[in-house]
Ligand binder design. Structure first.
Ligand code: GDP
Length: 463
């Protein structure tokens, strides 16, 4: 991506809207320092502002009226977030004050920053690649400590460096092919096809496959999973939801069929955000409102990543459960046998045997027994074979990266086949170049302006 030094100066409130301890107005661009000199009066008069030093003073408007008492910092290019001159005014976190300070900054010549424009400048200025820029959004939107940690790693360049290693290997292969193209009549075989295949497999194809696996797990860690809790009325769905949430939010009642609609809650199981939906009791019922609730429950189940089918051990498994089970047979399902405190182990085992194809977890929501086993079963079912990877992952390619990584891998596999076939070197070089272009799309080297616009529009203003 070509570097475009910005000629204008942008400004925005960088802190979240609302009242806070402090609120920061951020300014970036060639006029940042002169704006600071105009609107900030240091407590001790200064002939100039030293870079990266915090000054105490007053922020004033065009008329010299005091707007706030604040701390100000000037950060000289290039050692700044955007690589441009940056000024930050740390004011009191009052919306009115911040708006007034910002209005003054605009009246002195800066323009409002667009969403993500500070980070976009950091990218265009070459301070960060596109994967690091995207990590900023992931970090801001992280729902769990694990996803925040992955975003922080990516911000440190974890994904970029892995891609660079793959890129280096492709560049080496390309260099070799180019020698062979330039000296077609050499007696010695310049391209040792088998050796290149081995290098391609170990340093390109395998790392790409690993990154794709991380992308799949990363999606789960970042976006979480949708779990639907289904079962007959009175099976104990609300009770289980409450136990999982560890607080009484859903209404628990001994009368069947009172959970008419769906209740949705979020919580975290071993670092995975879970979006749990408690459905209306599924049964044949004449009440039209309840019938609507039941239909919605079926809809939710269709959209779920995982269904928890709750069976009341004291009532046994009757036609409604079987019917329900049939209707979701294509969904990953865990059968949860509840109220095990009311029956003996024999009855639980018999009931479990009637669900031979699914994991079965006996629990008592009331006595809070079997809950950690259920959480473990959910985790295993959600992450599948990727449990170890999930624990060890240090970066999580996003959906955009995943799509391009797949294209890169396909190009790499085509190259592998062509090498095995001893295809002409110029043809091999085309495949290598195509894989290199894809990688450049991920890191931003060759990304188009439209794609950049989409990426940065996801940011908030001031970031
Ligand atoms: P829902 O209709 O499926 O949401 O069921 P509720 O959570 O409202 O529970 C229905 C009744 O079963 C309530 O009286 C709960 O106290 C009771 N219940 C729920 N779980 C258990 C359990 O594990 N053991 C026993 N003994 N009762 C339970």
């Amino acid at each position: 991506m070509a570097v475009h030094p910005a000629t204008d100066t942008i400004a925005a409130i960088a802190t979240a809207p609302g009242t806070g301890g402090i609120g920061i107005v951020r300014i970036s661009g060639p006029d940042a320092l002169s704006l600071l000199s105009t609107l900030f009066v240091p407590h001790r008069p200064q002939s100039s502002f030293i870079s990266h030093r915090l000054y105490y003073g007053r922020v004033v408007n065009e008329a010299g009226q005091v707007l706030d008492e604040a701390l100000a910092v000037y950060m000289r290019s290039p050692h700044t977030y955007t690589r441009e001159d940056v000024v930050e005014l740390h004011c009191h976190g009052s919306y009115m004050v911040l708006q007034e300070v910002l209005r003054t900054v605009f009246s002195l010549g800066a323009r409002p920053a667009q969403s993500g424009e500070f980070t976009k400048r950091a990218f265009l200025g070459g301070r960060i690649d596109l994967t690091r820029a995207e990590a900023v959004v992931d970090l801001l939107q992280a729902q769990t400590p694990k996803s925040a940690q992955l975003a922080a790693h990516q911000l440190q360049g974890e994904l970029f460096e892995r891609l660079e290693l793959i890129r280096d290997e492709l560049v080496n292969i390309l260099a070799l092919l180019e020698v062979a193209i330039d000296f077609p009549d050499e007696d010695v075989e310049i391209v040792q096809y088998e050796q290149v295949v081995l290098r391609l497999q170990s340093a390109v194809l395998l790392p790409l496959e690993q990154l794709l696996a991380m992308a799949d797990q990363g999606k789960i860690i970042r976006d979480g999973v949708k779990i639907v809790l289904a079962g007959r009325p009175n099976a104990g769905k609300s009770s289980l939801l409450n136990v999982l949430l560890r607080e009484e939010r859903a209404l628990v009642t001994p009368q069947p069929g009172t959970t008419r609609d769906t209740i949705e809650e979020r919580f975290v199981i071993r670092g995975i955000p879970v979006h749990l939906i408690d459905t209306a009791g599924i049964r044949q019922h004449q009440d039209p409102i309840e019938a609507m609730g039941i239909e919605r429950a079926r809809q939710k189940m269709r959209q779920a990543d995982l269904v928890l089918l709750l069976v009341d051990a004291s009532a046994g498994c009757a036609a409604p459960e079987r019917e329900l089970f049939q209707s979701i047979s294509d969904k990953p399902t865990i059968v949860v046998i509840n109220k095990c405190d009311l029956v003996d182990g024999h009855q639980v085992a018999n009931l479990a045997n009637s669900f031979p194809k699914n994991p079965v977890v006996p629990i008592s929501a009331k006595k809070q027994q079997g809950i950690s086993e259920l959480q473990e079963a959910i985790y295993q079912r959600v992450v599948g074979d990727g449990a170890d990877l999930c624990e060890q992952m240090t970066c999580a390619p996003n959906t955009r990266h995943r799509a391009i990584l797949t294209q890169t891998l396909t190009a790499g596999q085509r190259l592998e086949t062509a090498l095995r076939d001893h295809a002409p070197v110029d043809l091999l070089a085309i495949e290598v170049q195509s894989a290199l272009d894809y990688l450049g799309d991920i890191t931003g080297l060759t990304t188009t302006e439209d794609v950049l616009d989409v990426i940065f529009s996801k940011f908030c203003i001031g970031k």
